[in-house]
Write a new protein. Sequence first.
Length: 544
Amino acid sequence: MWRNKRPIKQEEMTLKSTGKLTLLSLMMLSASVSAEVLSQTQTDVFQQNDIQPRIVGGTPANASEWKFYTQIVSRNSNRSYCGASYIGNGYVLTAAHCVDGDLPSQIAVKIGGVVYNGTDGVRSNVSQIYMHPAYNKSTFENDIALLKLSQIPQGVTAVDIAAGSLSQYAAVGDWLTVAGLGRTTEGGSSPTVLQEVDVPLISDDTCRQAGGSYANVGDVAFCAGVPQGGIDSCQGDSGGPIVINRAGSITQLGIVSWGIGCARPGKYGVYSDIAALRSFVDGIVGNVTPPSETVSVGYTPSQTLTAFNVGELKNHTFTIKNTGTGSFTVDRLSVTGSGVATKPVISSDLCTLSTLSNGQTCRVSIEFGASSAGTAKAALSFEIDKTSTIYRAEVSASAKDTTTPPDGTCANEWQASKVYNTGDVVSWAGQSWKAGWWTQGDNPSDSGPWGVWQVVGSSDCSGSGTTPTEPPTTPEPPTTPEPTPPTDANAYVAGTNYNAGDVVTNVGSTYQCKSWPYNLWCGSTPSAYEPGVGTNWQQAWTKL
């Protein structure tokens, strides 16, 4: 399973957070839910795919060496759900998936706190959350975030972070140290005090050979661990530091991001590469802008527009807002198209070379068409003078071919209250969607590449909305079916790869595997979620 806090794919990714959703991509609770609720859910679900971030095979950490270690907690709680590190000037470094969907008012930090659910450490509230603008919650690429504290804390220690490249600090085979308050075994419990474990840096090629999601590791992430397993970070360690200690000089090289399960043979921990992502950190904490004047850019990264017809033009206006305290100038921008979109054209640009002060906005309007039926996408990329970040906002819209007669499938329009099973097809937002497993209430438009709904074609609902009438057929005489003998073919077997919606029998009762990402725990081995046994099973199974 992923060790991140939120679920991702059906291959058991484990986000390494505990207070946040983790069944990958933990891919997710509404931002309106309180951090305390998210924290509990994350602990319960940490199984987005086995994405689990707690220390396995480690020992109690020497608190004097981890004074910069920081716990992320909900505003009214002491229970840590993610790790972090204090880097100075009132900023805390963590993983983006740990704070995705959170409001600053919902969370707090404890700097130097090494006791789980304790009152130690210097506590501070959070005034602003900066997530990497290119963070991908499906692949956990650019899994990095900064928390600006309400005030610069006193009496705390900051850690040095890597710059330049990872190879300047460590070579393949060098031992790194990771610390956290995550689970000490996969599916196990949290420790009472901070744990640490040494893991060797491995090459990107070796990591990619683990297959699955590991095949995409590189550029902004690195892997550490041993092929035989047994030592690793796990659920609840997400966002925490992995460091190298050279003769007492400690440098943080990475951030606990995700992994498949915890300490499994042939699987490794994946860490965000701070050196590769240093420009993001410097763009916010850097020396160009004093701490009293922070740079923060507000825009909508992704938006779905209403459908339009092939031959028509689709118009959209992007808005850029200064949500920080320091001014910045938009010094360049461009637009690109993808999918079936024709080349977008800028119809109005009020942003280029515009200087925005706190709260001010500017707008860029574009128009684009479609070469054929399908999904048309247009993206605005822009840069500002105060950071090296390339910001990207994308819109998409379904283009319909009006020359094709309506298919009359509107009767199959998706309904939030209806239960759908594997293989069911619905119409929604101008497209046909097929269910990959049992689902209810999951909006097809919100499904990502690993979501329950996948696009199987376009759907024109401009017709009557009735299902086409089938031609009459000659009835055949009824036949008496042969009785089917009872079978135990669906008896639960530990280690089996169960999918969402699968039904099994165990200990005299019938159970159904929950929808993703909870289904990631249905087949975990050894099974801590055997249906009907103990209490953990309720996180993965529903008793029928």
